[in-house]
Ligand binder design. Structure first.
Ligand code: RIB
Ligand code: CA
Length: 310
């Protein structure tokens, strides 16, 4: 039985790889792509989703634009990593896919309410759309099978010492989602920093001499340049496909159930995922927090799927 998912994303170089994985993996039924402000404005992340799906000939998946700014804070983007377009690097043809006329939040609500409760949400950007859908229509909560999200950190953040970008960008939204009561798998930086797109990985993609694999390789070359410039990484961590991989094969990530709280008050650490690793808080554990990735299996899954595009 395929896993039905909705990918909520802010493309974004690593979101692009997550889209390509989710749209073509044989065990995933990608019901929709919803976009959100994050790496860039929602106009740009949406345009990027349309361009990625045009290039890869992904035409069976509705794409709907979501929230243009966080619930209460101003929008803050990541142009230093993803560029002014949000998908700088390779030339990508103009999109020829029509955007859904529905708002992304409305599409999330419609699909979830109409479902048998068998849809997994896979957010790979700020959680603004998911939180907005829950606020607008709380009846969706029991309809969400599970949430597999890329975000947070057990320890050090990336946007600052405390916080990971997706949670930092909209802490209030994250607090709503983490407390909604659905089964949540959190794929934090400790996992995604093991998913490094090394030159060997890029070479394997390029060797196939196939357009989608070459596109992914070109994206990763740009991503490597910015990640090296900003963080000094020798190879970029491809964060977002890890959240898709965790749906396809939960054993690809080692995790532990624990309570996770979201800091929304502190100026110093707003957006921190406060992970109760030792259970000392006395609060009920509600999140499976990943801490290790089966790296070889992850790349086999990603590369084999990217090579499956004709
Ligand atoms: O911190 C990494 C996350 O922030 C990834 O989802 C990346 O695409 C950016 O959105
Ligand atoms: Ca993202």
């Amino acid at each position: 039985m395929k896993h039905k998912i909705i990918l909520d994303c802010d493309p974004g170089h690593d979101d692009a790889i997550a889209i390509l994985l989710a749209a073509h993996h044989p065990e995933i039924d990608l019901l929709a792509i919803t976009t959100v402000a994050g790496n860039q404005s929602v106009e740009k992340t949406t345009r990027n989703a349309l361009k990625i799906c045009t290039l890869a000939n992904i035409r069976h998946v509705p794409i709907a634009m979501g929230m243009e700014r966080p619930l209460v804070r101003p929008a803050r983007h990541a142009a230093d990593i993803h560029g002014e377009s949000g998908l700088d690097g390779p030339h990508i043809p103009e999109p020829d896919i029509a955007l859904s006329p529905m708002h992304g939040v409305d599409l999330l609500i419609q699909l979830l309410l109409a479902s048998e409760g068998d849809i997994t949400l896979v957010p790979t950007g700020p959680l603004t759309n998911i939180a907005s859908a829950i606020k607008l229509e709380p009846a969706i909560v029991p309809k969400i099978k599970a949430i597999s999200l890329m975000g947070g950190a057990i320890g050090v953040g990336n946007i600052n010492e405390s916080s990971e970008f997706n949670i930092w960008a909209d802490p209030e939204a994250a607090a709503i989602v983490f407390n909604c009561g659905c089964p949540i798998t959190m794929v934090p930086l400790e996992v995604t920093h093991q998913a490094l797109a090394t030159p060997e990985i890029v070479a394997r993609l390029r060797a196939a001499q196939q357009p989608v694999a070459t596109f992914a390789a070109d994206l990763l070359v740009f991503f490597a340049e910015t990640y090296h410039h900003v963080f000094g990484f020798e190879a970029p961590p491809v964060h977002d496909p890890c959240a898709v991989a965790a749906v396809i094969d939960p054993s690809i990530i080692q995790g532990k159930l624990m309570h996770v709280a979201i800091e929304t008050v502190s100026e110093l650490s707003a957006g921190r995922t406060v992970c109760d690793i030792y259970g000392t808080s006395g609060k009920p554990p509600q999140v499976r927090v990943g801490y290790a990735l089966a790296v070889e299996r992850f790349w086999e899954m990603v590369i084999s799927t990217l090579l499956s595009y004709s």
